[in-house]
Design a protein around this ligand. Structure first.
Ligand SMILES: [Zn+2]
Length: 390
């Protein structure tokens, strides 16, 4: 029995569903048919809009008396327990959540975003828990902050070419995060002993965690993070030198940090002029270009020799930031060289970072680690969370 009320003024469509008098239901606990209705409670669910009108579904939800289980509330087929939305409405929310910030969805459908977050958390949590990690062997670990430079989360990624997705996210970026991952892996069909490769930045915390909790893993230091450290060194040289050569080096930061092929013609002309100057920044920059070539070499045996020579040259520049970088390479030698065997990188995580950064800007902050973690699973987990609707 359905009653439809349409209120054009309030732009609202109300559908009332009721069961026939004397109807009997199955017990939600054991499924036995023919239970009598004990009492009912009126409930309203938000449904998909009908054109520009908000649509609501109302029904008396019966509680039945099962001879075995006593008084039990019947589960309605169009909504999940304790939700104010129908499954179809939640499916719409989840489809939108993959494409736009939660706050914007709230505005679009006219619901407070905390209610939208509740739906998103529910389905993402289910999908995260349902993961099967029995095949996970190659792992990428990276950190990302959800408030500028503070409140970090660690992202663990399956780097297998067929997967390439975030499988576990947790708060912090210390050694314990790896322990947490190992526990999660074990409880989702995987085995920490099966992890053979780990790609990470040069952080001691992750390294110590991997040694302890993923004992079968060889570590490759992620090339983008290694180059990031070198970029920082170049920038330190430039900033120190800019104190004496203010006019010359003013506004040149990106000229030194970008690859020449990524500069505009105008910037290239500017760079060409600067390269004629006897600057420390120029020497450091030239050394950095040579470092890039390390990753272009085809022969792993040659690569090690090349890097050894590069380290010697970097030290010979007598530029403190470059010397420090060279020493860091020496301290992480095997994992830097190992790239030439494994060719693994956290490029996926870098791509993820740019997605997260964009979403973060649009949503003006996620307010909590919980929301941030959920968003990472959603954009980088390939989980496809949402209700089963047919
Ligand atoms: Zn029962």
């Amino acid at each position: 029995m359905v009653d439809v009320r349409f209120d054009a003024g309030r732009r609202r469509l109300d559908l009332r569903i009721d069961f026939a008098k004397g109807a009997r239901f199955r017990c939600p606990e054991c499924g036995v048919a023919g239970c009598k209705v004990h009492d009912t409670e009126l409930h309203t669910w938000r449904h998909l809009n009908f054109f520009e009108h908000e649509a609501y579904l109302s029904a008396r939800v019966p509680r039945v008396i099962c001879p075995e289980h006593g008084v039990k509330q019947v589960q309605v087929p169009w909504a999940r327990e304790r939700s104010d939305f129908t499954l179809l409405f939640e499916a719409l929310v989840m489809a939108l959540a993959k494409e736009m910030p939660v706050k914007a969805i709230g505005g679009l459908v006219g619901e407070h975003d905390t209610k939208i977050w509740r739906v998103v958390h529910h389905y993402v949590d289910l999908a995260v828990e349902a993961q099967d990690l029995s095949e996970t062997e190659q792992l990428g670990i990276d950190d990302t902050s959800f408030r500028r430079g503070q409140d970090y989360v660690s992202v663990f990624c399956d780097l297998d070419p067929g997967e390439r997705r975030a499988v576990f996210v947790c708060e912090g970026r210390d050694q314990q995060t790896v322990e947490q991952f190992a526990g999660f892996l074990s409880s989702h069909g995987g085995d920490p002993e099966n992890i053979t490769e780990v790609c990470q930045d040069m952080s001691q915390a992750y390294l110590a965690g991997v040694r302890e909790h993923l004992p079968g893993a060889e570590v490759t230091f992620d090339r983008y993070h290694v180059k990031q450290k070198l970029s920082e060194a170049i920038d330190t040289v430039r900033r120190a030198e800019a104190k004496q050569h203010k006019e010359l080096l003013k506004g040149t930061r990106y000229l030194w940090l970008k690859r020449p092929e990524n500069l505009s013609v105008k910037q290239l002309d500017w760079l060409d002029e600067l390269l004629l100057q006897p600057l420390d920044t120029v020497r450091a920059w030239e050394q950095a270009l040579k470092f890039d070539d390390f990753y272009e070499l085809r022969d792993p045996a040659m690569a090690e020799e090349y890097l050894r020579r590069w380290v010697a040259e970097a030290k010979a520049t007598e530029l403190e930031p470059l010397i420090k970088f060279a020493e860091m390479l020496e301290a992480h030698w095997d994992g830097v060289i190992r790239w030439h065997q494994t060719r693994v990188s956290n490029g996926l995580l870098e791509g993820l970072n740019s997605l997260i950064q964009a979403a973060k800007r649009r949503a003006r902050g996620y307010r909590s680690a919980r929301n941030y973690k959920t968003m990472i699973y959603l954009v980088a987990g390939k989980l496809n969370p949402g209700p089963q609707v047919t």
